[in-house]
Design a protein around this ligand. Structure first.
Ligand code: ASP
Ligand code: CP
Length: 332
């Protein structure tokens, strides 16, 4: 007679699920610093695992794939979604979390350097998620760390796990990525989510439209890099011109915290607001996305429109982050 296996473990051991020891798989033991490290094959793998994670969460909620593993969540900047979805992802996989969401209560407040803080946390954790105000901070942390570092946002640089969940959202909602027109709106200068998403979309045959106030345009060096990769990009100052052709309208918040001069912020903060009127020329089969938080760029009346995907987008983030943790730790 087979030994009794508790239901949770039975599911985790189920032969048709891609769970177990997968140390040859992409990402095992790796850092996640920039979307530039991913190929289309990697994305297929990550999204395949994310779908399995969704099925498992729907069926049993929590299971023991990462039992005994510990995540350190090190956040030098405010966060609701990234910190709590990584926290939830680790807990749903049976692991546990050291949350450092308010560095003023840690030894960072005594002047401890980032490398020393990382050296400390890796004594206690198997993987570290880092959000930090400086561009390049995650790469710096990874230089010193023996354990995997996941970039949860480095200043105005990148937010790679957000771009992965954004792309997963697009695939799940619209069924494809090649051939789509993606319109990015708002603060394209300081918004790290659009920097990562535009880079990631360069792996696909997409049309990218950029719409922003003049002082918040997509950085010229990034536009050039994507151009060199053959990405079709166009800049506009008004939204109306491109609404009818847009498949994904990716709205962003003007990043107040990055402005040196708050008067400049005041001038551009309300530049674009999406209302039901705005969406009138749009297709029925398109989606409105936003990495959130929103601070007035999307009117509340849009929330009940089936094309408003930004709340679903947050949920996709849980499954993608579960997949990333399992893969980095060699279990998927
Ligand atoms: N939450 C995203 C980020 O941290 C977007 C934003 O804050 O506007 O980059
Ligand atoms: N989208 C995002 O990164 O949200 P938080 O800043 O709340 O983590």
């Amino acid at each position: 007679m087979a030994a009794f296996v508790p239901p949770n473990e039975r599911n985790a051991q189920s032969p048709h699920l891609p769970f177990g020891d997968y140390r040859e798989a992409p990402l095992y033991g790796k850092d996640i610093i920039s979307v530039s490290q991913f190929s289309r094959e990697d994305l297929d793998y990550i999204f395949g695992v994310a779908k399995e994670m969704r099925a498992m969460v729907e069926r049993i909620g929590t299971f023991d794939l990462l039992k005994g593993k510990i995540l350190a969540n090190l956040f030098y900047e405010p966060s609701t979604r990234t910190s709590s979805s990584f926290f939830s992802a680790m807990e749903r996989l049976g692991g546990s979390v050291i949350p450092i969401n308010e560095v003023t209560y840690s030894s960072v407040a005594k002047g401890e350097s980032l490398p020393d803080t990382i050296r400390t946390l890796e004594c206690y954790a198997d993987v570290i998620v880092l959000r930090h105000p400086e561009v390049g901070s995650a790469a710096l942390a990874a230089e010193y760390a023996r354990k995997p570092i996941i970039n949860g946002g480095d200043g105005i640089g990148e937010h790679p796990t957000q771009a992965l969940l954004d792309l997963f959202t697009i695939k799940e909602e619209l069924g494809r990525v090649d051939g789509l027109t993606v319109t990015m709106l708002g603060d394209l200068k300081y918004g790290r989510t659009v920097h990562s998403l535009a880079r990631l979309l360069s792996l696909f045959a997409v049309q990218l439209n950029y719409i922003s106030p003049d002082i918040l345009r997509m950085p010229a060096d990034l536009v050039k890099k994507l151009e060199a990769k053959g990405v079709s990009q166009k800049e506009y100052s008004t939204l109306e011109t491109v609404l009818a052709e847009t498949d994904v309208l990716y709205v962003t918040r003007v990043q107040k915290e990055r402005f040196e001069n708050l008067e400049e912020y005041e001038k551009v903060k309300g530049a674009y607001v999406i209302t039901p009127e705005t969406l009138k020329p749009c297709k029925d089969e398109m989606i409105v996305m936003h990495p959130l938080p929103r601070v007035g760029e999307i009117s509340l009346e849009i929330d009940t429109d089936p094309r408003a995907a930004y709340f679903r987008q947050m949920e996709y983030g849980l499954y993608v982050r579960m997949a990333l943790l399992a893969m980095v730790l060699g279990k998927a």
